[in-house]
Design a binder for this molecule. Sequence first.
Ligand code: PLP
Length: 378
Amino acid sequence: MHVPVNEPLISAEAKAYVNDALDTGWISSSGPSIDRFERTFADYLGVKHAVTTMNGTTALHLALATLDIGPGDEVIVPDFTMIASVAAVLYTGALPVFVDADPETWCMDVSQIEGKITPKTKAIMPVHIYGHPCDMDPVLDLAKRHGLTVVEDAAEAHGAAYNGSTPLTAGGRLCGSMGRINAFSFYANKIITTGEGGMVVTDDDALAARARSLKDLAHSPGKRFWHEELGYNYRMTNLQAAVGLGQLENVASYLAHKKWMAAEYGKRLSKIGGIRLPVTKPWATNVYWMYGIVIEESFGMTRDQFRDALKEKGVDTRDFFYSSATQPMVRKLVGDQGPFPVSQRLGECGLYLPSGLALTQEQIEYVCDAIQQVARAA
Ligand SMILES: *Cc1c(COP(=O)(O)O)cnc(C)c1O
């Protein structure tokens, strides 16, 4: 058997909306699916505005550009994240200032943020890693006390909740609805996909209007093709929005599938020594975007050996992100800010198992049997 690390599951609704877009000729960035997708996504999150973009990286950049973050500014980011979080800061000319990971949640260690704040700090960018929310109350509190803006990178956390469950219980908030302006990705392996796509969300009317303008080359309001400032073409197509709308209508079943997947993996893998399974904090609803595990020394082989042994049995995995501060590109552009021992260790010892929405019970059993065999041989 071959088990891919991710296989998307495209809904019948998505296919119907795409065909509708093709049949009616709405193939660029105007069209009914764009408006409906933005409205439905904003309502789902409980925020006022949602602005589509062409991918999650541009959504992050647009959020920062909308805030006028630029050269001379600093943005506090987790060291353990997908490089797009860091790249978005670098695109603006601002300096990413790294914080090590929390060894349990793998999100930024919020107790280390305050020590990184300087007079140049403008924003904090928490990332909800692999679908587990970052501990947001301390972040929001720090931001308030120091006059900083919170920009969530919620690319991996559609439907994840803080202080509550999904659907939301009293006092709970969804990831991507807590910062002042936040970003999502709809890449093929994300919980909601548009193929490639992204979204900026905010409750702030002025920021939403600015994001809309900047993502569409910043035409002057009363005079098209006249430009007071430099904008971007970050527009999503109506075809992509059609996919997103059809997927979003099925989000509850996708979240249920992820929850089921985590329970199935957890039940089988908890019996195997030397493998650290993902945690869910009492205040968190983890959506298990990816089911990550950490290979501990006691397992008897390295992560790389483990990954290769699984690969031989037909099981694809993906190594965790590498510490951002150790990336050659980051070293070259911002110098050495390390060490970040937790993040570094995660990059060396972590990987995620097949976690796609099309994953079957049979595949999960096969993966866990393969891990069992590898563990016995270790
Ligand atoms: C996927 C992802 C992004 C970027 O999304 P793209 O749509 O691939 O550009 C940003 N941040 C994190 C944490 C991600 O996982």
